[in-house]
Design a protein around this ligand. Sequence first.
Ligand code: FEO
Length: 170
Amino acid sequence: MINEKVENILNSQINKEFYSAYLYLAMSAFFDEIGLFGFSNWTKVQAKEEMDHGMILFDYIIERDGTVKLEQIDAPQRDFQNPLQVFEKILEHEKFVTDSINCVASMSEDECDLATRHFINWYISEQVEEEANARDVITKLKMFGDEKSSLFHLDQELAKREYKAHSYKN
Ligand code: FEO
């Protein structure tokens, strides 16, 4: 059984993960519109990973005999300007998610729920990777500025990203 405070914060985290999927999908649509299909692929793959993050939390609550409470998902931002601005937004958003995950860890510890404290470690590591991935693309985008041939090569690189289903038990 899971206590109410921990159950609530986990449910709130489900909402944030599915919102993240929506945000990445909005970014993917923007990249499709401007013809950067590799960037679109990268953000679409990320959207699928975000849905996995949400579903892992969903399954965990059920496994702990808790109640899944799905809330309304906010509409994501749509007024994107260029790849650098999008990836800066990604980094900012992932930092927000990292803070949120840290709060889940902290609350589960306060509530002596060591199973959730252990479970959330997977997300803590995942956030380190996600922030680093966004920073990596930002660095490259800043390096070559508006140079079109470099943007084309980066687009080809991001086109190679493949979706692999996430599971914290793997
Ligand atoms: Fe599921 Fe991008 O955090």
